[in-house]
Design a protein around this ligand. Structure first.
Ligand code: ZN
Length: 138
């Protein structure tokens, strides 16, 4: 069995943002040379998510509004975690959207349905963040 590891770096200029990272994951799969296996993709942070869904801007605005209802950013003092930090909402949003994705690799590419795309969702940006890609297979 072969394995391959790669880190992606992101610096989102705003507090929140969604990036389609599917091309970067496909590139890592090509670099790995692995034809059959699994790819794991996860942020190496606890205030960001990696998830799979549709690349549709209306849906991405809906995620933003829905998460703001569930875990509003402000007022900051509503959260026990805030004080030293102001990112309690970012931790909660990440829990809702999940940590990682695992996807099948078949014939050297993502084995995806028609509309599946992989996204990085930043909840506490304006700083350098890393995403881990780990590929295993043969
Ligand atoms: Zn925090």
């Amino acid at each position: 069995m072969k394995s391959y590891r790669k880190e992606l770096h992101f610096m989102i200029p705003s507090r929140r943002g969604i990036i389609n990272i599917t091309p970067k994951v496909r590139e890592a799969i090509r670099e790995s040379g692995i034809r059959e296996g699994l790819v794991l993709v996860n942020p190496m942070h606890i205030t960001a998510s990696v998830f799979i869904n549709d690349d549709e801007s209306g849906l991405h605005r809906d995620y933003e509004l829905w998460l703001e209802k569930l875990a509003p950013e402000k007022p900051y003092e509503q959260y026990h975690h805030n004080g030293y930090e102001d990112n309690a909402d970012a931790h909660l949003k990440r829990t809702i959207m999940g940590r990682e994705v695992v996807a099948a690799i078949t014939n050297g590419d993502l084995d995806f349905g028609t509309w599946e795309q992989i996204f990085y969702f930043e909840f506490d940006g304006k700083r350098d963040k890393r995403v881990l890609i780990k590929i295993i297979g043969e």
